[in-house]
Design a binder for this molecule. Sequence first.
Ligand code: SF4
Length: 302
Amino acid sequence: MSSFSKSPWIIHYDASSCNGCDIETLACLTPGFDIERLGVINTGNPKHADIFLVTGAVNEQSKDVIRNIYHQLPEPKVVVAVGACALSGGIFSECYNISGGVDSVIPVDVYVPGCAARPEAIIDGVVLALGVLEKKQKEMTSLANSLDQALYLRAEKSDAPEILALQKTAYQSEAEIYGDDSLPALQQTLEELQKDFERPEQVFIKTVVNGKIIGSVRGHTVDDTACISRVIVHPYFRGRGIGRRLVEEIEKTFPNAKRFEVKTGHRSERNLFQFHAQGYQEFKTEPFTPAITWVYLQKERK
Ligand code: SF4
């Protein structure tokens, strides 16, 4: 076990538990079972946590909170669902307000069954989670060390599931900026994305490292304008020039375009900074929701 997984920090969230699984979870963290002696620390701050431990079924109120906490955890992160309710809704699964287990909202890495889940089982789940965390950490490190070998290739329809998963991960930081997850990129379904791939004028570019897609962009032409959208980069690999290179690559795929157009939210400072640095200038704004105003930027081909 590496030093990384020797002192994992856990954040615990009760999604709508009857309190049974919470009491067992707290028993793990307090002197009875005392997983702190193994280096595990309970934190209230998702930005400090490595493991997200959820008890209880998902309901309409807890759904957004789960997403919000999950996306604040830094990469790599692991989710542990504890108890029958967190696995599937449990005895509450037929209730009018229950939408299911935790994996109906976010990806779950470890499932700990039981009603209530026993402390020994929860500790076993955390130990399993440490293995997953270490594997993810190694994968991230290996990808980060291979960024100089990144390939920028045309994406195919078969890449749609991987690109959609990346898109949903990448756009969470935007949802956090605006406190609004109604962004079209977060609502898009696999079927819609696959249809986009079938549009003859649509071009997708992907950034591939060690066979994994860590960035993507798409674009199409309208008359002599190339409309570029969804410049997405996995949060772990941001700030390394991948977004800038994606825009350069997609611009090259429209050799006949006289003008390029992009859009982003008015408070997305990182995007605005990047587009300005690449020569784009604002030319119009358009309200989208009370929280989000689209800013349109353009650039003439030199
Ligand atoms: S699994 Fe059982 S003990 Fe745990 S929250 Fe659900 S009903 Fe309560």
